[in-house]
Design a protein around this ligand. Sequence first.
Ligand code: IMP
Ligand code: MG
Length: 184
Amino acid sequence: MEDFIERILISEEELRRKVQELGEQITRDYQGKEIRVVGILRGAFIFMADLVRNIRVPLSVDFMSISSYGEESESSGIVRILKDLDKPITHKHVLVVEDIVDTGLTLKHLKEVLATREPASLRICALLNKEERRIVKDLEVDYLGFNIPNQFVVGYGLDFAERYRNYPFIFVLKPEYYRSGAQI
Ligand code: IMP
Ligand code: MG
């Protein structure tokens, strides 16, 4: 195992099973409809790629890139759109795919922004949730993969300083690798 891995939290097999379950659930819920799947870059790209391959209703994909103002480690809840959707979502059934809900501030704000565009429906699918960290109490996550403890995780799309997105499982880094500027 790589030297920087402290602990694997969710294995490749567990991810595969859960993503399949989520895809089946979404397929059932959207029978007779067409979905616009909106991935939030960059963290959701691997999860979304696996998820859509498990959905069996017509769909199209679009992407958004957002960043929160303020310190890097704490979300401020003000979402700056770095890359907006390419297509309008008016009258579309929109499913937002996000890697992780932490404080919930980012998704709450994003939901408000997208709602003003009057989609036919707007739901959220998140792979991970850190309930302990939640500030926004009334944020509804319609499809959720895993509740995880309050620990910073990487892999399967999630990064620390843009690294580790490429690993096919979710893991915790050894503490020395979280120090800023740490080299591997
Ligand atoms: P929120 O506004 O606090 O919910 O911020 C959620 C965003 O913070 C996610 O989309 C991630 O980009 C980032 N984030 C929060 N926790 C983690 C983590 O454990 N690993 C990697 N990114 C995280
Ligand atoms: Mg993110």
